[in-house]
Design a binder for this molecule. Structure first.
Ligand code: 13P
Ligand code: SF4
Length: 302
């Protein structure tokens, strides 16, 4: 009986499939992936791949985004119930009302959002490119959805624009506090603090570096420091430790787990690839409009 990993390798070849994995899925899934990265990198891979089937080891908005960017491909989600709570934290009626009240307003939508929200947005962003994209937009007034914290991180770096914040948040990052950072620093006084911009402002303000998952991984590899306090989902530890076996990484607190990302397992990858099940479907009209917002991002983030 061959191992799960072997079965997956055989199926991948047979079906001309590739596995894309986000840094938050379990380490053994990252290990077998053809591409592992942050949301921006994975979007570019999804758009450019020649593979026939894409297995997206991540949450549902990621699979949806891959399908929108490359609708000819079959995109499979190992667990279609793996969802991002923040992806639903904005309201189409509110977007429409905001646009009606100011036709010059640009709606900037974090990629962690449903296709329906992207459909009504002018441009998408990821945490890796949000500052660059917002700066590059010709619009002076921006409605930033859904993440209030990434929105305020961008607003601090683009003070020349008026940024109206949505009220969404990531439950994993939102609950981190300044007190927890300070007590983690007391326990590890030599460690640098690296956080994701989905954390609240008071946490970002205490950090030595704030950026996307791949930004954190790159900054840790380039740093001379030997210890780091990490303020993002603990799945990044897999790549951090792999690239820096001699450095030490500690989570800021114990609750930094995205349980939806952890739903993605090797068994579910094997099953969806074998059965070609859990195919992502996006309504053609929604997809066409959402694609425009995503392609604007790829253009402006270059
Ligand atoms: P990145 O794009 O930085 O990988 O972040 C995605 C995400 O879901 C953060 O919670
Ligand atoms: Fe969504 Fe937060 Fe999970 Fe990222 S960590 S996928 S923002 S719930």
């Amino acid at each position: 009986m061959s191992s799960l990993r072997e079965e997956i390798e055989i199926l991948k070849k047979e079906k001309q499939a590739v596995i894309l994995a986000h840094y938050y899925v379990p380490g053994e899934v990252q290990e077998i992936a053809d591409y592992t990265g942050d949301s921006f990198y994975l979007s570019k891979v999804a758009k450019e791949t020649d593979a026939k089937i894409l297995v997206f080891a991540g949450v549902s908005f990621m699979g949806e985004s891959a399908k929108i960017l490359n609708p000819e491909k079959k995109v499979l989600l190992p667990d279609p119930t793996a969802d991002c709570a923040m992806a639903h934290m904005a309201d189409v009626e509110k977007i429409k009302a905001m646009k009606e009240s100011d036709p010059e307003l640009a709606v900037v939508c974090y990629i962690n959002s449903t296709a329906e929200l992207k459909r009504y947005s002018d441009v998408c962003v990821t945490s890796a490119n949000a500052v660059k994209v917002v700066k590059a937009l010709p619009n002076q007034r921006i409605y930033f959805i859904p993440d209030q914290h990434l929105g305020s991180f961008v607003a601090a770096q683009v003070p020349e624009k008026e940024i109206i914040l949505g009220d969404g948040y990531c439950p994993v990052h939102h609950q981190m506090t300044a007190e927890e950072v300070l007590s983690a620093k007391e326990a590890h006084p030599d460690a640098l603090v690296f956080v994701h911009p989905e954390c609240p402002k008071e946490v970002v303000d205490l950090a030595d570096y704030a950026g996307s998952t791949s930004g954190i991984i790159k900054a840790a590899a380039e740093s001379d420091a030997g210890e780091f306090l990490i303020g993002t989902e603990t799945g990044v530890m897999y790549e951090l430790k792999k690239q820096n076996p001699d450095k030490k990484f500690y989570p800021i607190q114990k609750e930094q787990c995205c349980h939806d990302m952890k739903k993605v397992t090797l068994e579910k990858i094997r099953d969806c690839l074998r059965d070609e099940s859990n195919e992502v479907q996006v309504d053609a009209e929604v997809s066409e409009k959402a694609k425009h917002a995503m392609e604007q991002m790829l253009k402006l983030a270059k």
